[in-house]
Design a binder for this molecule. Structure first.
Ligand SMILES: [Zn+2]
Ligand SMILES: [Zn+2]
Length: 349
């Protein structure tokens, strides 16, 4: 098959790769139709670190990508809820499917839990075909009334944004600031209003992303002391909640002056190495801090009716549509933030 294959930092190539084989009974083989690039894929692209894996060191070649939808083409004997021909979306990661945590619906806490496309141990879906272990829990048939674009967003970005906004504990009438206006930050704005936010402030250095945030009803600023001053003035002392969706040190640091006494911070951006939060500030301000990786399938049930009824639109995020064969160029554009890129959809088949 053809796939986008990690050959080293800034060297993701569209090339031949061995067809995936079903290695466990609870797996299916999926033929990928559409996939997208995530901000976290850029950590791989840059040769940075994710968890304990350093992508600047020698890696076996592997297929990248954890955001994809497609069709089930082969099924293992321990898969019960799916059949060949089902059109499905995949959670961005999964567990083994056989330990107690997996069997009780908590694959994110499984010791073997991992995202797709981080190493050769679980190849990703920026490829023509991909093996999906623990398939009953990891895949969902794409529901009626959910578009392909929305289905791709449900694989990670929309679920992650929802998890992060839920973690702020925002109550109706409260104010919220979003730091980092990639797709997850932008989705966070829409979700915060759905949850009842009275005011949403949005911070990002890129003008096109601020324009998108303002269309969603947020008041947007470039990062800096002026933004913080304006938000403190508008909220008479700081927002109730901050949703941090970047992971950059400066973005993380900016959350502390933005939040009011007794407020809440929610972090979902993958932190740059060495990013720290000063405990003294958190303690004296009496803040609630939450962070984590979204248990993606748990978020599908509440999000799908919102999408089906049009209450949640999650629209306008795919600024680019390209073919998988142009994946190397797609990574280059996404990394360089050229052409006002927000998110890139790639057509596979
Ligand atoms: Zn992602
Ligand atoms: Zn497990």
């Amino acid at each position: 098959m053809k796939a986008l294959v990690f050959n080293g930092p800034r060297d993701i190539r569209f090339e031949d790769f061995k067809d995936p084989e079903r290695t466990v009974d609870n797996a299916v083989i999926m033929q990928v139709e559409k996939c997208s690039i995530c901000g976290s894929d850029l950590h791989i692209y840059h040769g940075d670190q994710i968890g304990t894996t350093n992508y600047d060191e020698d890696q076996h070649k592997f297929c990248v990508g954890h955001e994809f939808i497609g069709e089930v083409v082969e099924i293992g004997p321990d898969v019960h809820d799916l059949k060949v021909g089902d059109k499905v979306l995949a959670a961005g990661g999964t567990g083994c499917g056989t330990c107690t945590l997996c069997l009780t619906g908590q694959p994110g806490k499984c010791r073997k839990s991992t995202a797709f496309g981080l190493s050769h141990e679980m190849n990703g879906g920026q490829a023509e075909f991909v093996q999906i272990p623990n398939a009953d829990k990891t895949l969902m048939r794409i529901p009626d009334g959910v578009s392909d674009e929305q289905a791709v967003l449900l694989t990670d970005a929309l679920a992650t944004a929802s998890f992060g906004i839920n973690n702020t504990g925002l109550e109706p009438g409260q104010s919220l600031a979003v730091v980092g206006l990639g797709p997850i930050g932008l989705l966070g704005i829409e979700l915060a209003f759905l949850r009842g936010a009275s005011q949403v402030f949005a911070i990002d250095p890129i003008a096109a992303r601020r324009v998108h945030a303002e269309k969603l009803g947020a008041v947007a600023f470039a990062p800096g002391t002026e933004a913080i001053g304006a938000i403190l003035a508008a909220t008479k002392g700081g927002v109730n909640c901050v949703f941090e969706a970047s992971g950059a040190s400066s973005a993380v640091a900016s959350t502390l002056p933005l939040v009011r006494m007794g407020g809440a911070l929610s972090f979902i951006g993958l932190p740059q190495p060495g990013v720290a939060l000063p405990l003294g500030h958190i303690l004296y301000k009496g803040l609630t801090v939450k962070a984590g990786v979204a248990p993606v399938p748990d978020l599908w049930k509440p999000l799908i009716p919102l999408l089906q009824t049009g209450r949640l639109k999650a629209a306008g995020l795919f600024s680019h549509e390209m073919d998988l064969a142009d994946g190397a160029e797609a990574y280059r554009i996404f990394d360089a933030r050229e052409e006002s890129v927000i998110k890139i959809m790639m057509n596979v088949s």
